[in-house]
Every structure is written in structure tokens, then in C-alpha cells.
Design a protein around this ligand. Structure first.
Ligand code: IPD
Ligand code: CA
Ligand code: CA
Ligand code: CA
Length: 261
């Protein structure tokens, strides 16, 4: 039986984790990227190679959009496109933390159809396929379903949650330097937090997989203006992100004076 896109992404993420963990403790050859994209290491590039060799061999017709690959101007013409962040949370990886992830998605007609966010050191594998729900380590997950934003636990740059009430089993993203954004989206999908905002533009590879995981868990993701996110665009950018339960997202949009869809 041919692998589904989701099982292929899982297989690729596991291979990516082997490559990444082999680099821990070895010289990382850290370089700064232009345009505020942060550092890139030998591990980011090696993981990108691992993912490309597995995914492109399995789906040669698919387009390819990765943080660590040259932009392919023809990807918009492909029947589907991989949207990949080989290591999301590179600064945390460099600092020896565990809040970095392989973020892998398949996009068809601007929407994400399969997604994996895998944190090998934290042992968290988030998966979603459109129409089939979202899972953490194979168990179904759901958001909190909070009806509005009042009193909500929000994951912004500085989460407003009292440290004494930090969710059990969740690495403390406040103490980390730029921890994986893909993982922070998953913390809304699995009900650890009520909502997440990031009003700055984001790269598609930071949010593609997490967007489907939030949606399939049963919550909403929009851009900062309340519009649905569309992927595989020519600039590979999205205009901020708001993720929350449907009612809380509508509440956030109302308070910001935008009309949420
Ligand atoms: C970064 C991380 C970080 C976020 C940055 C991203 P990278 O991704 O997700 O949490 O604040 O905006 O660029 O560079 O580590 O893949
Ligand atoms: Ca980067
Ligand atoms: Ca990233
Ligand atoms: Ca990255």
C-alpha cells in the first residue's frame, strides 16, 4: 500500500530527528542569516538534506518550500507542495534546549492537508491530516474551547500564565530563547493554552504544520486581520497569526475591530 502523505511526513520527521541528534555535542558551524532570520547551523542544513532526500524521492511531482533551500519559483504550479522548517527553534537547539522541532506540512491549493511537528528530545509527535483530527503521540487532542478571551491563558511573547500553574509536562517556553513557534501553536491545539497571538508577519514554514494541527484539533487560526491563512504564496509570508477556540478567536477579532471569518 502506498504511504499516505501523513505517514510519509512521520517517517521523514523520525529520520530528521536522527540527523539532528547526531549533531548534538558536535561543532555546529553557526552562521547568521540575513533579514533577521536568525542563525543557521550545520544541523539545520543536514536535516534539510535528510528531509529532501526522503520526501522528494517519494513525491517527485510535489513542489518544495523549505527555510534552508533556495526558493523554487515553479512550486506554485505543482499539484502539492511540501512546506518544511528543518529545525524550528534553532537558537534553542544551539543552547542545548529541547524546545526545537521538525515542522513538516503538505499544502494543496493553498491549504495544509497533512502536518507533523516533532520534538524528539521532548518526545512529542504532533500529527494531523485534514478531516481526520489531530493527535499527540497517537492520542487525540482538543483545545480548551474557552468561550472568550477574558481570563484566558495566552501564549504571546511573554505568556501571562502564573508559573505555579504551568501545565504539567510542557517545557517552559518562557525561559527559552526563541523556542519553536510550531510547538507553541501545538500548545493551543492540545489545550495547554487557550490562545496564541503573533501579530508580526511569519514565514510559512514556521506556521504551516501548526495551523492544520490547531484546526484539526477543533480550533481556529486566522491572520492578524481575521482572514484564513493561505499557503504556498510567492513571498512565503503570512500576516501574523491568531489561534484560539472559535469563540475566543471571534472575541479577539471583535476587540481588535476586525471581522473574523
Ligand atoms: C524561529 C522560531 C522562533 C520565532 C522566530 C522563528 P527558526 O524559527 O520559531 O520561535 O520567534 O520568528 O523565525 O529560525 O528557529 O527556524
Ligand atoms: Ca531561521
Ligand atoms: Ca522557524
Ligand atoms: Ca528553521
Amino acid at each position: 500500500m502506498p504511504a499516505t502523505d501523513l505517514s510519509l511526513l512521520v517517517e521523514a520527521a523520525q529520520a530528521a530527528a536522527e540527523t539532528a541528534t547526531r549533531h548534538i555535542g558536535a561543532p555546529l558551524d553557526v552562521r547568521d542569516k540575513p533579514d533577521g532570520q536568525g542563525p543557521v547551523t550545520a544541523a539545520d542544513l543536514a536535516v534539510n538534506e535528510t528531509l529532501a532526500s526522503i520526501l522528494q524521492a517519494a513525491r517527485p511531482a510535489y513542489g518544495w518550500l523549505s527555510e534552508e533551500s533556495a526558493q523554487d519559483p515553479t512550486r506554485g504550479l505543482a499539484p502539492a507542495t511540501f512546506i518544511i522548517d528543518p529545525i524550528d527553534g534553532t537558537r534553542n537547539f544551539i543552547e542545548g534546549g529541547e524546545i526545537w522541532a521538525h515542522s513538516l506540512a503538505v499544502c494543496e491549493n493553498g491549504a495544509i492537508t497533512a502536518a507533523v511537528v516533532y520534538l524528539p528530545l521532548a518526545d512529542k509527535l504532533y500529527t494531523a491530516a485534514r478531516g481526520h483530527g489531530a493527535r499527540l503521540n497517537d492520542a487525540p487532542i482538543a483545545p480548551t474551547g474557552r468561550p472568550g478571551i477574558d481570563g484566558a491563558h495566552v501564549l504571546a511573547t511573554r505568556p501571562n500564565l502564573d508559573p505555579a500553574h504551568w501545565p504539567e509536562g510542557v517545557p517552559d517556553v518562557r525561559r527559552a530563547h526563541r523556542p519553536s513557534l510550531a510547538y507553541r501553536l501545538c500548545l493551543v491545539a492540545d489545550g495547554s493554552f487557550d490562545a496564541i497571538f503573533t501579530f508580526r508577519d511569519a514565514w510559512e514554514w514556521d506556521v504551516a504544520a501548526g495551523t492544520l494541527i490547531i484546526e484539526e484539533a477543533g480550533a481556529t487560526v486566522t491572520d492578524r486581520d481575521g482572514a484564513p491563512l493561505r499557503f504556498n504564496g510567492p513571498t512565503a509570508r503570512v500576516g501574523g497569526l491568531v489561534g484560539a477556540s472559535h469563540e475566543a478567536a471571534a472575541d479577539i477579532a471583535r476587540r481588535r475591530g476586525v471581522s473574523a471569518t
